[in-house]
Design a protein around this ligand. Structure first.
Ligand code: CDT
Length: 304
């Protein structure tokens, strides 16, 4: 697996310079033996949700109206030529006018350039209203609808693979829904500011929480996790790095050393994911769903 950490493209000068950098990393990933390369969330654009707009149509330039499209076709062509798969995060716009829908989306593309799967981000952090007191806005709830795909898994690259996006990685449900489907490899891209302006209490723990979340998700579901940052200065934002590849034991086997374009490549034996699925986390043997349900009934909340 290759994790393609990417420096933010700010100021933004269009898709081409970004796609060119992605192509260079794709070639390097292949040369270093990778079968799949994982790019960040919203890989093709800035993390534009930090800016207020009166009309969402003002931001249409940041959304892909079709996938693939001429701007990103080189990624698909190169993937097919090299025989490498990829995960790509991007802003998706479907429909027009009143009927338009906007999603924070990731696709998984196979080694022959075909789209294997699509995921639309479920956990959208931040707010939908303008907050003048903040140093920058966190408007994912304005720019995107809650994803409608669920947390699917796909049989691909010799195993069971799944996807999620950024804030999803902080929620145990994300991994567990995929874990219940036998996931062996989860891919996730992210844009995480060093400071979250509406609550700075735990800013000093931002990088710790980043790793804590993906390590816990990996371990508790016995799955590899490849977690990839867009990093560095993005307008008023300072984005963390910390891209990493985590084993089904929850151990970080490799992590980024810079806040620049940086490619991590690690051998991820998907059979290793089977070990804990057959022992500590053998769900069929050890999960106690009837008790979880009973407790939910007792305290009056809906069981998942
Ligand atoms: N992209 C994303 O989901 N980021 C959030 C923080 C957003 S604060 C503006 C995260 O959980 O990392």
């Amino acid at each position: 697996m290759a994790a393609a950490q990417m420096a933010a493209a700010s100021p933004y000068t269009g898709r081409k310079p970004v796609v060119d950098r992605m192509l260079a990393m794709m070639r390097e990933a292949k040369a270093r033996g990778a079968d799949v390369i994982v790019y960040p969330e919203l890989a093709l654009t800035p993390f534009f949700i930090m800016h207020w707009v009166d009309d969402l149509a003002e931001a249409d330039v940041y959304y892909e109206k079709a996938m693939p499209n001429p701007d990103v076709q080189p990624l698909f062509d190169e993937a097919r030529a090299l025989g490498i798969g990829f995960y790509l995060g991007y802003a998706e716009l479907i429909g027009q006018g009143e009927g338009a829908k906007r999603f924070n989306t990731a696709i998984l593309v196979g080694k022959t350039g075909e789209i294997i799967g699509k995921y639309r981000k479920v956990h959208l952090p931040g707010h939908a209203d303008y907050r003048p007191e903040l140093p920058f806005q966190g408007l994912e709830k304005l720019y995107f609808e809650v994803g409608d795909t669920g947390f699917g898994t796909w049989q691909a690259f010799g195993g069971v693979v799944g996807m999620c996006i950024c804030n999803d990685r902080r929620w145990p449900e994300t991994y567990r829904v995929m874990g219940l489907q036998g996931v062996e490899l989860v891919m996730v891209g992210y844009n995480t500011p060093t400071s979250v302006p509406w609550d700075t209490t735990f800013d000093h723990l931002t990088e710790f929480h980043n790793h804590l979340s993906v390590q816990a998700g990996a371990y508790q579901n016995s799955s590899w996790v490849v977690s990839v940052a867009k990093t560095g200065r993005d307008g008023p934002l300072d984005l963390i790095g910390g891209s990493c590849i985590v084993s089904p034991g929850g151990e970080i086997v490799m992590t980024a050393q810079t806040r620049e374009d940086e490619l991590l490549v690690a051998a991820c034996d998907l059979d290793l994911a089977q070990k804990y699925k057959r022992s500590v986390f053998d769900f069929s043997q050890h999960r106690r769903t009837e008790h979880y349900r009973a407790i939910c009934d007792q305290i009056g909340v809906a069981a998942a």
